[in-house]
Design a binder for this molecule. Structure first.
Ligand SMILES: [Zn+2]
Length: 421
């Protein structure tokens, strides 16, 4: 009955299915890398949906997409809500996409409430699709939100190159996203993001709504071992300087060391690039991307020092040398207490008892919060905690719960603003 009454433009399920199909392959999930043709198609579908509901679409120079509802007029503060439409290769349907589309759906509902005089807005609202949150095609991740918040210079972001040496600037131009930044709303008064949990805490606690109080820190280290290319046949064993062997020793040492000394840290070596990558050439260059995540920055620093020493040892053992490609620390974020209170009030007003929790993963809300924009991050359950995999799934009733709380929080913010919260 409910769905028969809902206006088609506000139907979250229909637009979610439409956008989930873009970049989807049977059995292989969704591949919608940032600024790819698929990302372009998803951006277009999102824009059409929002424009159909009365929004004005603008882009900034890094391709962040804003669906603007100027309800309260010029020169009044803005509230932002959203997430990202890009995915990992063979990713899931819910990560990011749910947050953008739920915010869009909530905005269309509020638009209708305002049009029919159900409440008077004192703030404008923009629904956001941030560029390259995933960091799959271009590193670092959280690119669009980091540029918007001022942590990443625009020219650096546009100059980032993918694995085929295509820059983000070129990739955005290729899909027709060439925003000049004019008519983009200013820094918002507050930002709300709905995201899938990517863990099991909500399901274990039997809750449908999580409110994130803060995130873990992440140390991301990329190292390159450099040996010497040589024929894999005749080259005497004693002459070889094999960069892949060094990387293998480095990865094994990393795993053993962190497991023994820092078992509470989450660790991964998840990407390797070897050159020239031919079966008949001893590997000259092997680049590996490592990650350590934890709550305690001191511990991440100690662990980082220890693994760098282990990587040096792997180089010494194999006659290779080592180059540090990247070594960054993303500080743990604490979400804004007043925003936590606002979304808590919204959740309780919808009869949910939220779980206060920490996020291991980074999200656009973290980039914005770290720049001083008051942010709230809401979680809904992920079946079995599965994330970055085609099986990623959030039940219909949990999606509905998240949408209801997001809409209530945005209604409150648009009506009363952040300071009255
Ligand atoms: Zn995400």
């Amino acid at each position: 009955m409910l769905s028969a009454m809902a206006k088609p433009g506000r139907d979250l399920t229909a637009v979610f299915d439409q956008i989930s199909a873009i970049g989807s392959q049977p059995g292989a999930g969704v591949t919608r890398l940032a600024a790819s043709a698929e990302d372009g198609a998803a951006r277009d579908a999102f824009a059409r949906w929002m424009e159909g509901g009365g929004a004005r679409i603008v882009h900034d120079e890094v391709g962040n997409q804003f669906a603007c509802f100027e309800w309260a007029g010029k020169n009044v503060p803005w509230i932002f809500a959203g997430s990202h439409l890009d995915t990992q290769p063979r990713g899931g349907r819910f990560d990011g996409t749910l947050g953008v589309l739920a915010a869009g759906s909530a905005a269309l509902d509020l638009h209708e409430e305002i049009r029919t005089g159900q409440f008077k807005p004192s703030r404008n609202l923009a629904v956001l699709n941030w560029t390259n949150e995933e960091g799959a095609r271009f590193q670092p991740s959280l690119t669009g939100s980091s540029v918007f918040s001022g942590a990443l210079p625009l020219h650096e972001a546009l100059g980032l190159q993918d694995g085929s040496s295509i820059s983000l600037r070129e990739a955005l131009a290729a899909i027709g996203v060439d925003g000049d930044g004019s008519a983009v709303p200013p820094r918002p008064e507050a930002y709300v993001e709905l995201h899938v949990e990517q863990g099991r805490k909500l399901i274990e606690a039997g809750r449908q709504i999580g409110i994130v109080e803060g995130t873990w820190a992440a140390r991301k280290i990329a190292v390159r071992w450099i040996g010497r290319a040589a024929h894999t046949g005749p080259t005497p064993m004693s002459d070889r300087r094999d960069a892949l062997l060094a990387a293998a020793q480095g990865i094994t040492a990393f795993e053993t060391l962190i497991a023994a000394r820092h078992p509470q840290l989450h660790r991964s070596a998840a990407r390797i690039v070897i050159e020239p990558n031919s079966p008949n050439v001893v590997v000259e260059r092997a680049t590996v991307w490592f990650e350590l995540r934890g709550l305690d920055v001191e511990e991440l620093n100690a662990a980082g020092r220890a693994v760098l020493a282990a990587f040096e040892l792997a180089a010494a053992n194999t006659g290779t040398r080592i180059e540090l490609v990247a070594d960054t620390l993303r500080a743990p974020a604490n979400m804004d207490p007043r925003m936590m209170k606002i979304v808590d009030g919204a959740a309780r007003g919808c009869d949910f008892i939220p779980l206060i929790m920490r996020s291991v993963a980074g999200h656009d809300a973290v980039a914005l919060q770290n720049s001083g924009i008051p942010c709230a991050l809401l979680f809904v359950p992920s079946a079995d905690g599965v994330a970055h995999h085609p099986d990623e799934f959030t039940k219909q009733e949990d999606v509905a719960a998240g949408l209801m709380v997001l809409r209530a929080a945005l209604r409150d913010l648009v009506q009363r603003g952040y300071h009255a919260g």
